[in-house]
Design a protein around this ligand. Structure first.
Ligand code: FES
Length: 104
């Protein structure tokens, strides 16, 4: 199992346990867990509605590709730890990360 910790807009933190073998990305997992993540473009790095802030463990993640960086650059609320959740595959390297959902 992969363990991640998700903080909502109000600061409530929840532990999620995700089976290693599912072929999903973090946006899909957040949506399935009923976080207010729209994922309008379906995970193509084109809408930025899956913007999250990685509070801990960003160095564990695969670095963002150009398309993700370009989309992040359009966000007024960009932080150093901003990522698009749809560009974070659920893989063992993300075990233990803490992410904050930035939408209410
Ligand atoms: S779902 Fe559109 S950028 Fe992630």
């Amino acid at each position: 199992m992969i363990n991640i910790y998700v903080e909502d807009f109000s600061g409530n933190r929840q532990h999620l346990e995700i089976p290693t073998e599912i072929n999903l990305n973090l946006m899909e997992v957040l949506k399935a867990s009923e976080y207010p993540v729209q994922g309008t473009c379906g995970g193509m790095a084109l809408c930025a509605t899956c913007h999250v802030e990685v509070l801990s463990g960003s160095e564990q993640l695969n670095p963002p590709q150009d398309q993700e960086l370009d989309m992040l650059d359009t966000l007024p609320e960009l932080t150093d730890n901003s990522r698009l959740a749809c560009q974070i595959p659920i893989q063992e390297n993300i075990d233990g990360i803490i992410v904050k959902v930035l939408t209410e």
